[in-house]
Design a protein around this ligand. Structure first.
Ligand code: S1T
Ligand code: MG
Length: 540
């Protein structure tokens, strides 16, 4: 096999299921091999930010590698923000970029798509990936590919692979996957002893499941562990959607002053908070009513476990969870939790629509037709997602970039075959909503709920005096047909319910429901978040 075929075979062996991409002249040679070899299906998108978000979402929902294939310079550098989002949120994304060959690199000419030096792109990607390689040596290539893909899975962070265009078809040996990382059994045993002891001594222990629990495919094991230890489970804002399909004592999502008071109370009064794979960031913890004393918590993240003031290094999350399960064989403890409740029973009347009405309508829809996986963009749509009953969710809950929602929803459907629900604001839709034009080619048919408040409402909420947040009305519903889907604008709660029922009944085309939301109307969750942040800032 040639170098590209070996790379594709290795990607598949390491869990990749599809490739999203946009070619260019530096990438045409390897794209041709992708298409002709059919080792992995290729989905082309319309703009590289969408390529990155779709590939990232496919990684998140499958708990395995996502692959974004681009050309050198204008392509790869156009995708920096999506890769940064994947890095920040620990998503195992593999970036493949075409690159200049040896002779043209030595021509003495500046090459098109070159920024500063020919190596600039490689250096830029070093900042947002955990490992990188340029495949310019066929002898070294198998070991380099094995190392980089192992890094991607082990750290659950993006990696960068540059393929010079004069190397794509050179003969190459098989890629032998690297041996699994060896855990020190004594360190693991000591660590798990201490975790179990702390949890047993605590009067009100709580387990918070973070994104690493999904990234390492541990949701079912964590659900079992929580039942056996009798631990109520919460997720953070970023971890919303985790354990949705598991038999776990899931109470709800912790959002401090912005969340459900019962969940806030449970977490902030706990004397044994067990943060499992949770990123300690501002969107997860800055809105804490009472500052959580991290010294009293047990934090397992990034391959280490911090307890109080000491750290157990080189203990992958899976090793810790597996060893805890072995130490706590069961049976399940008998205990009950009061899960947070979600709004249902939307009145089908002529009232204007609030974001919380949208959540209510979706909860009613899922109760009637079954759960749908969701992709959400940044904006009030993501805060509204916290009011939707637990279902699989991919969203930029920490890095908080706009533009994620629509391409991520397409990545969900490509990766799972399931019809997704996409939540997106008007501002974010203006960025990457046009990727819906690719649905027809691939038979994707998401239902898109477009929150149209004609503004960058999250920004206006914090700075109402600024008029630059007013976006005016775009006719999104009318644009849907031109993109190959159906579009409708709704302004009352009755219209919303009827539009959702019609959308669910219509398959084979995307269904865009443009929801007109009166200016200044926020979801209950965002209103609480804003009030809480203002209150916390006032006391600082
Ligand atoms: N650009 C990108 C790519 N991501 C961002 N998060 C921002 C800018 C800043 C930003 C927000 S929230 C927001 C912006 C511009 C407005 C979002 O508008 P829309 O999608 O219409 O949603 P809504 O009206 O519900 O706010 C965050 C705070 O940084
Ligand atoms: Mg808006």
């Amino acid at each position: 096999m040639n170098l590209t075929e070996q790379l594709l075979t290795a990607l598949k062996k390491h869990g990749a299921r599809q490739i999203f991409g946009i070619p260019g002249d530096f990438a045409l040679p390897y794209f041709r091999i992708i298409e002709e070899s059919q080792i992995l299906p290729l989905y082309t998108m319309s703009h590289e930010p969408g390529v990155g978000f779709a590939a990232d979402a496919s990684a998140r929902i499958n708990g395995s590698l996502g692959v974004a294939a681009v050309t050198y310079g204008a392509g790869a550098l156009n995708m920096i923000n999506s890769v940064a989002a994947a890095f920040a949120e620990k998503s195992p994304l593999v970036v493949l970029s075409g690159g200049p060959g040896k002779n043209e690199s030595r021509s003495g000419l500046l090459l098109h798509h070159q920024a500063k030096t020919l190596d600039s792109q490689f250096q830029i990607f070093k900042e947002i990936t955990c490992d990188q390689v340029r495949l310019d040596d066929a002898e070294r290539a198998p070991a380099d590919i094995a190392r980089v893909l192992a890094s991607c899975l082990r750290h659950s962070e993006p990696v960068y692979i540059e393929i010079p265009r004069d190397m794509v078809a050179v003969p190459c040996a098989d890629v032998v996957p690297e041996a699994a990382f060896k855990v020190d059994p004594d360190a693991l045993g000591a660590c798990v002893d201490e975790i179990l002891e702390r949890l047993q001594q605590a009067k009100s222990p709580v387990l918070m499941a973070g994104v690493e629990v999904r990234r390492y495919g541990l949701e079912d094991k964590v659900a079992t562990l929580s039942r056996r230890l009798g631990l109520p489970v919460v997720t953070s804002f970023m971890g919303r959607g985790l354990l949705a399909d598991q038999d776990a004592p899931l109470v709800g999502t912790y959002m401090g002053v912005a969340g459900f008071p019962e969940v806030t109370q449970l977490v902030e009064s706990s004397d044994g908070l067990f943060l499992l794979g949770e990123i300690i960031c501002d969107t997860n913890f800055a809105v804490s009513e009472t500052k959580i004393d991290m010294r009293k918590t047990i934090q397992a993240l990034n391959g280490q476990v911090n307890i109080g003031y000491h750290t157990y290094a080189n203990l992958p999350l899976a090793a810790v969870v597996n060893h805890m399960l072995a130490r706590v064989p069961g049976p399940d403890k008998t205990f009950s939790v009061t899960p947070q409740n979600f709004p249902t029973g939307l009145a089908e009347d002529d009232q204007s629509i609030t974001p919380t009405d949208i959540a209510t309508a979706v909860n009613d829809l899922m109760a009637r037709h079954g759960k749908m996986p969701m992709a959400s963009d940044m904006g009030d749509c993501l805060f509204t997602a916290m009011e939707i009953s637990h279902t699989a969710l991919v969203a930029p809950g920490y890095y908080a970039t706009m533009g994620f929602g629509v391409p991520a929803g397409l990545g969900l459907q490509a990766a799972t075959g399931e019809r997704p629900l996409i939540l997106v604001g008007d501002g974010a839709f203006q960025m990457t909503g046009w990727e819906l034009g690719n649905c027809k080619r691939y038979g994707w048919d998401p239902i898109v709920l477009l929150f149209n408040n004609a503004s960058w409402e999250m920004l206006r909420t914090f700075q109402p005096e600024s008029h630059f947040n007013d976006l005016g009305h775009w006719g999104f519903a009318e644009m849907a047909a031109g993109l190959g889907g159906d579009g409708v604008r709704v302004g009352t709660r009755g219209e919303l319910k009827r539009a959702l029922d019609k959308a669910v009944a219509t398959r084979g085309k995307f269904q865009l429901i443009e929801v007109t939301i009166p200016s200044g109307v926020l979801s209950t969750t965002l209103a609480r978040f804003v009030a809480g942040v203002k209150r916390l800032n006032a006391v600082k």
